[in-house]
Design a protein around this ligand. Structure first.
Ligand SMILES: Cc1c2[nH]c(c1CCC(=O)O)Cc1[nH]c(c(CCC(=O)O)c1C)Cc1[nH]c(c(CCC(=O)O)c1C)Cc1[nH]c(c(C)c1CCC(=O)O)C2
Length: 375
């Protein structure tokens, strides 16, 4: 397959930060930056169902570009959902207004795994995502990199069994205790599909990938080390090997395992370039745990965007100071909330840029001073 050609990239800050290279300012993007807090997104949703937007490349592209037009963001993330993977494996999924995603026929017992299609051909069942990526990468005109993403195996398994969100995740955790071998089998099926799906996204034009393990925290250290970490490692390795085999350039990969502070050390050693953090861990502790060997991403409390400008300024300045400007990508600690004021989002992006431009200049200056002093 010949590689697709796209407009040249004008802003590679996030790619450099992911690789730990120097930057002139810290790159910033926001999880769920395309979403309901934007009036123009709400307009589209009035006319189109959620999964219709995901499945129509022109609409997914338009929605992906909406926050890029409004704010000076350093990355775009393709508009889709993590639940398109279980759907591609044969589980019908609906988006219920006011309730969220729902599987009308979730997996009840391991016997229900018969209903799944582990051999789904992602180039057919998820073609619409690949088409949306190719179209969006073209329409971005190189303004910033386009990120692809997938849910992590455990998080997807949890949705497939719970049928939707849950506070305890007791149905899916019950499988881990009562049906350990079938749980491993299911996680393996999902892992294999996710690897193919992520490789397909890069072939289609994604320049960086993020894995969302939104329900990692509920597992706790023991279960996460058995049912989480090994599959996340298979994904980073499988994607890298698959891209190499196909002669496609590697892209940086991010793991965001929400509420899994207990596993930061392990997560920093399983082949990812970037570790996403939620807001419940301090930047200082995260750096200590990961020994500065991985780029960190995060982690402002999404509710901080409700704060007034003076408070937000303090919070952003402190966050950036604690993380440092090298090997750092600014973001919230989870997706932006639907009732976030546009001014909060605008200020967040501007504050990160303004404050870190000064800090990066100072760092370069200090380095030069050291060099001069050496002579
Ligand atoms: C767990 C999860 C899901 N989806 C996703 C996750 C992982 C991240 C996380 O932990 O939040 C990932 C996701 N979902 C969406 C994106 C788009 C890209 C982006 O801008 O970040 C991404 C990256 C769009 C979306 N996905 C969803 C919306 C809102 C639905 C709507 O427009 O009606 C958007 C913009 C719906 C969704 N989809 C999901 C839930 C739980 C919900 C309901 C949440 C809610 O209602 O706020 C599953």
């Amino acid at each position: 397959m010949t590689a697709k050609t796209f407009p040249p990239l004008k802003n590679d800050l996030i790619l450099r930060a992911a690789r730990g290279e120097p930057v002139e300012r810290v790159p910033v993007w926001v999880m769920r930056q395309a979403g309901r807090y934007l009036p123009e997104f709400q307009e589209i949703r009035k006319k189109h169902e959620f999964f219709e937007v995901c499945k129509t490349p022109e609409l997914a592209c338009e929605v992906t570009l909406q926050p890029i037009r409004r704010f000076d963001l350093d990355a775009a993330i393709i508009f889709s959902d993590i639940l398109v993977v279980p759907e591609a494996m044969g589980l019908e999924v609906q988006m219920l207004p006011g309730k969220g995603p729902s599987f009308p026929q979730p997996l009840d017992t391991p016997d229900d795994m018969k209903r799944l299609k582990p051999d789904t051909d992602v180039y057919v069942t998820l073609k619409y995502v690949f088409d949306a990526i190719t179209l969006t990468r073209t329409k971005l005109e190189g303004k910033c990199p386009l990120l692809g993403f997938s849910g992590a195996p455990w998080t997807l398994m949890a949705y497939m069994i719970e049928g939707g969100g849950s506070t305890t995740y007791s149905k899916s955790k019950k499988w881990l205790y009562n049906h350990a071998s079938q749980s491993h089998e299911l996680l393996m099926w999902v892992t294999k599909v996710v690897i193919k799906y992520l490789i397909g996204q890069v072939e289609a034009g994604a320049q960086m990938l993020q894995i969302f393990d939104s329900h990692a925290g509920i597992l706790g250290p023991d279960l996460f080390s058995i049912f989480g970490i090994p599959y996340l490692k298979m994904i980073s390795q499988g994607v890298k090997e698959g891209l190499k085999e196909k002669g496609i350039n590697q892209v940086p990969m991010t793991i965001f395992a929400k509420d899994a502070h207990f596993a930061l050390k392990d997560l920093s050693k399983i082949g990812y370039d970037v570790l996403g953090l939620d807001w419940t861990i301090s930047p200082k502790r995260a750096r200590e745990e990961t020994h500065c060997c991985i780029t960190l991403q995060g982690n402002l409390d999404p509710c901080a965007l409700y704060a007034d400008e003076a408070q937000l300024t303090q919070l952003v300045e402190r966050m950036v100071k604690e993380f440092g400007t090298r090997g750092y990508i600014a973001n919230l600690g989870h997706g932006i909330y639907p009732d976030t004021p546009l001014s909060g989002m605008q200020s967040f992006v501007e504050l990160v840029h303004k404050h870190t431009e000064e800090l990066c200049k100072q760092t370069v200056q200090e380095k030069n001073d050291v060099k001069c002093g050496d002579h």
